[in-house]
Design a protein around this ligand. Structure first.
Ligand SMILES: Cc1ncc(CO)c(N)n1
Length: 238
């Protein structure tokens, strides 16, 4: 009998299940903790302390710089033009509209360029960047895709939840919600899921387990990233 922890076992028990559903099921409460972190609730309900958001923006600006490199690796590894187009489209958005969002928000919050342009990454961001860059750069397309899927799907999940009620006044919060909700972003995450669902089932069981471990580790690091901004005390999960 196949183990229920493998994708084959999961698919036998849940005939409609997608590979991406299995990744979330395997992550268990690590997924829920990342999507439901109090920091993400505070983005939407107007209770965000400015100091926490400044810490977040400075770290996340270094993160999205590495994310742009990760997308470059994935564009290179994507097997066909349709996939390269999707990934390149997101890379273009990240390096234009989203980059602009960071520069305007950091300026409005009074953060001087010197404080973010050359900021050293904290320990959680370093662990995060290492996992992403190693998976997408040295690993396989599937491994890099699992990182990107987790990062963007967590953001879509809290983004759509917070977009369901009126926006806070601060534009840096309102626009951060709008960047992670709406048809453009949900369309991209929907495509990432379909791509993972296409690539994942064809992998060996050992490689599927590896992809699942990467996805779950990403959930832990997403939680730790929010927690570091929220508390000001970065802790890399064991
Ligand atoms: C840490 C982190 N994860 C995911 C995203 C979404 O791109 C982001 N901006 N930052």
């Amino acid at each position: 009998m196949t183990s229920p922890r493998t994708f084959a076992g999961f698919a036998a028990a849940h005939p409609e299940a997608r590979f991406s559903d299995w990744l979330v099921a395997q992550a268990g409460d690590r997924w829920d903790r990342a999507c439901g972190h109090p920091f993400t609730v505070a983005i939407g309900d107007g209770s965000m302390p400015e100091a926490a958001y400044v810490r977040y923006l400075i770290e996340d600006y270094t993160f999205i710089t590495d994310l742009a490199s990760v997308l470059g690796y994935l564009v290179a590894k994507a097997p066909d033009m349709a996939a390269k187009r999707r990934l390149a489209g997101f890379l273009a958005l990240l390096t234009s509209e989203e980059n602009d969002y960071f520069l305007r928000s950091l300026a409005a919050l009074g953060v001087p360029e010197a404080a973010y342009a050359t900021a050293a990454q904290g320990p959680v961001t370093r662990a995060f960047a290492a996992l992403l860059l190693d998976s997408a750069g040295k690993g396989t397309y599937a491994e890099g895709l699992a990182c990107l899927l987790c990062a963007e799907w967590v953001y879509l999940t809290w983004g759509e939840r917070e977009a369901a009620h009126p926006r806070p006044d601060a534009f840096w919060l309102a626009e951060w919600i709008d960047l992670h909700a709406g048809p453009g972003f949900s369309g991209f995450v929907g495509w990432l899921r379909e791509e993972m669902d296409r690539v994942g089932p064809a992998l060996s069981e050992a490689e599927q387990a590896r992809v699942s471990a990467i996805f779950s580790r990403m959930c832990e690091l997403e939680f730790a990233f929010f927690e570091a901004a929220w508390t000001g005390k970065p802790v890399v999960p064991a």
